[in-house]
Ligand binder design. Structure first.
Ligand SMILES: [Zn+2]
Length: 164
């Protein structure tokens, strides 16, 4: 049985403590290697000529997680994920963790609402990021996030000073 070896620590906004996080990927999330899921394998999205297929695989499964977190009111954990172009919308009523995410394509968060808090600490945005009209009413953490493309926060509501 495959097991993803990705682990890191993150700050839990609910319990206010640093906790260990281990990847919880299921068997169907392993394709390239047995010790890294497709979200944590840094090479998976660069593979061969079938790159579109890999991107589609990651995007489809990530969107399932996003929908599930919205519908079931659960926290979203995409910690340390390598992501292709993604469009993430909706109201996240629970915490959304994008810590250490590598956004390799365009990250479109237009109009997304994070009422449960959003963690983008150490995230890297390399293909441009759009947070236009996004609302961070639950607070947002962009500590040490890096933007190497254009980043828009047009009309985003950041609610600065709010503690998450
Ligand atoms: Zn993993």
């Amino acid at each position: 049985m495959a097991k993803c070896l990705f682990t890191t620590k993150y700050w839990n906004y609910g319990t206010h403590e640093q906790v260990e996080w281990s990847c919880d990927s299921k068997d169907e999330d392993f394709q390239s290697r047995p010790d890294k899921c497709i979200f944590h394998d840094e090479d998976y999205l660069q593979l061969g000529t079938g790159r579109f297929l890999e991107e589609k695989n990651v995007r489809t499964r990530v969107m399932d997680k996003v929908r599930k977190s919205i519908v079931d009111n659960e926290s979203l954990f995409l910690i340390g994920y390598y992501l292709p172009d993604v469009t993430i919308r909706g109201n996240f009523t629970k915490r959304a963790y994008f810590k250490e995410c590598r956004f390799l394509g365009r990250a479109d968060f237009t109009s997304a609402e994070f009422s449960g808090g959003a963690g983008f600490g150490l995230a890297k945005f390399s293909g441009g990021a759009d947070f236009g009209l996004a609302k961070f009413s639950g607070g947002a953490d962009f500590a040490s996030a890096e933007f190497s493309g254009v980043a828009y926060f047009r009309s985003a509501k950041l609610y600065l000073g709010r503690d998450i």
